[in-house]
Design a protein around this ligand. Structure first.
Ligand SMILES: [Zn+2]
Length: 410
């Protein structure tokens, strides 16, 4: 748990520390909050009063009596704040409206035409978001903004995506500024894997406190890194480019120009290619995989279903992908010293058990790892929509998670 400070002029920061503690440990009493936050009971009392006044927490009952005065319990108020989240993929944008508790109030998948350009996409998605917040009957005064989970690479400080693979004709696109203009609201943007990790941290409560590596599989693969409750961005906002970790590979070319990156072996298109190479057209036909360039979404769904249903060819290629995932993950956890790996993203649906098993075997295989600590490998607590919910969490987390920015900005 992050420690607060009793110095003056850090009210906003302490408010965030206390709200974070209530969200993570709640329902919780004022007496318990003091040791959890490192604040004096007088400061806790003052901060809680401000959070109650702001409508961000509520008094939600009493702790069981242990003699003496009963302690009032505090819980976060779901209707205290809202945010819109947008997960942008080449074929669709998933838009969600999320409350302060992380509950999805409404969601919509906006199909995007092949080769669509930013100038078409942004107004279309912003319009869908506006209709969705109206449908969810969100109090506009409590709507904090829109978060965008964008495919990497990004220029984080500038709020731009930079020639993302799979988006034909996109160069350097000032996506954050474009959405700010289209929505008239504050906009936060991060790469999809980092947004997913922030969502997992924000919503996962105690289960996602501390440090973890989030492995994200969408159209491509990426990772989000949370160390001691702090999200790692790196200097340019591209920390966690897991897809370009080198593995013992067979020479498949990667978008980056490399020939031993893990990405081409574990991405949906890569695994579909592996099925065709290893098991041929007959297996692909049986499973319902066409191999066509524009059918990756459909093919991948069929392949996952077949793998889950026990088809040996489908199971084989998914397991191979899991092994490569594991090989790259082993290097990452050796560097980061995290005791948890979380797997998520819409492309892992149904095959999490196979992938988690292989990753688990790889990262817990060596005696060094075993003698210090076991690494838990788990699927996302959010599920399919982790990218979009993560995007909304960028806004909630940015406003309410205790961070240095609160102390350094006026
Ligand atoms: Zn690469």
């Amino acid at each position: 748990m992050r420690q607060g400070t009793n110095l003056p002029r850090v009210g906003g920061y302490n408010q965030a520390v206390v709200l974070d503690a209530i969200r993570t440990a709640g329902p919780v009493s004022r007496v318990e909050l003091a040791p959890l936050t490192g604040l004096t009971s007088q400061t806790v009392s003052n901060v809680v009063r401000r959070l109650l006044d702001a409508g961000l927490v509520s008094e939600s009952g009493y702790a069981p009596s242990s003699g003496g005065k009963r302690r009032t319990l505090l819980s976060p108020r779901p209707d205290g704040a809202y945010a819109v989240g947008v997960q942008l993929d080449p074929d669709a944008a998933v838009v969600v409206v999320v409350d302060l508790a992380g509950e999805v109030l409404a969601s919509r998948r906006v199909a995007l035409p092949d080769g669509a350009q930013p100038a078409d996409i942004v107004p279309r998605v912003a319009g869908a978001a506006q209709r969705l917040t109206a449908k969810a009957q969100v109090d506009p005064a409590r709507l904090l903004g829109t978060g965008i989970a964008a495919p990497g690479p990004i220029d984080g400080p500038a709020g731009e995506v930079v020639s993302p693979p799979n988006f034909t004709g996109w160069g350097r696109v000032p996506l954050r500024a474009m959405f700010e203009t289209a929505t008239g609201m504050p906009v936060a943007m991060d790469n999809d894997a980092t947004a997913a990790a922030i969502g997992e941290r924000w919503i996962g409560g105690r289960a996602r406190a501390g440090s973890f590596l989030f492995l994200y599989l969408g159209t491509g693969v990426g990772a989000g890194v949370v160390l001691n409750n702090t999200v790692l961005h790196g200097d340019s906002g591209n920390a966690g480019e897991f897809g370009h970790i080198a593995v013992d590979a067979e020479g498949l070319p990667c978008d980056c120009g490399g020939t031993n990156c893990v990405g081409p072996y574990v991405s949906p298109a890569g695994v579909i290619g592996d099925l065709l190479r290893r098991h041929g057209a007959e297996a692909a036909g049986r499973i319902g995989v066409s191999g066509a360039a524009d059918a990756v979404h459909r093919d991948w769904k069929a392949l996952r279903q077949a793998a889950r249903g026990g088809d040996t060819a489908a199971h084989d290629v998914v397991r191979r992908a899991g092994r490569r995932f594991g090989q790259a993950a082993r290097g990452a956890v050796a560097l980061l010293d995290v005791s948890r790996i979380v797997l998520g993203g819409e492309s892992v649906r149904g095959i999490e058990p196979i992938l988690c098993e292989e990753i688990d075997a790889a990262v817990n295989a060596t005696c060094v790892a075993r003698s210090i600590r076991r690494i838990d490998v788990e699927k996302s607590v959010i599920g399919d929509a982790v990218g979009a919910v993560g995007a909304a969490s960028l806004i909630l987390h940015g406003n309410y998670a205790p961070g240095w920015r609160m102390l350094t900005q006026a």
